[in-house]
Design a protein around this ligand. Sequence first.
Ligand code: GTP
Ligand code: MG
Length: 201
Amino acid sequence: MVIRRIKFTGSSPSLKLCPSEDFPEYAFTGRSNVGKSSLINMLCQRKSLARISSTPGKTQLINHFLINDEWYLADLPGYGYAKTGKKKIGEFEKLVIDYILYRENLMSLFLLIDARHPDLDNDKKFMDFLGVHGIPFVIVFTKADKLSSNQVKKSKDLFLRNTLQRWETSPDIFLTSARNRLGREEVLDFIERTNLMFKKR
Ligand code: GTP
Ligand code: MG
């Protein structure tokens, strides 16, 4: 897919205030600091479309980008970061959970997992939540440039082993790096194919 046009359509503090559900949508989520904003910038080939934080937990609203006037990309707040205080975390969770459960045009969620840490409890919990609610999602391993190909394989194997202890099949896994653009074509091809299945309600 060639990205011709990108329009930032706003930051939403609640599901109600998100843009209308006229286009297929893909949301990026995962642990804070996993590389969501960096991946979005890499996919869109823009240096600072989604803000990249040096302090985890910086993206606290749902940011929407309309791509090629055809589909939405949504940058969700990260989870599992404690420093902003208990009350704030509850608010992130409500915003993200409302969005995941009730966003009608959501075609697939991209659950980002740091390729170096495929075994974290909060990622497993989040995955199980998606499974229980039947939310379509794929896994995106991030920061693959930080590992050798052998380490990547070990990480993937560990992830699959863990998943298959709890699940009958594993979701698809994309291997990516925002630094060297690994996985860009694969992710965009997946979106292009999935767009064909969108039906306006
Ligand atoms: P929050 O919005 O705070 O939840 O974080 P985020 O998930 O959007 O992460 P962000 O993109 O801000 O990246 C966090 C840190 O990881 C930054 O210092 C990035 O430069 C770094 N980073 C992200 N992706 C990659 C990657 O593919 N390779 C390497 N080496 N570093 C990365
Ligand atoms: Mg971010």
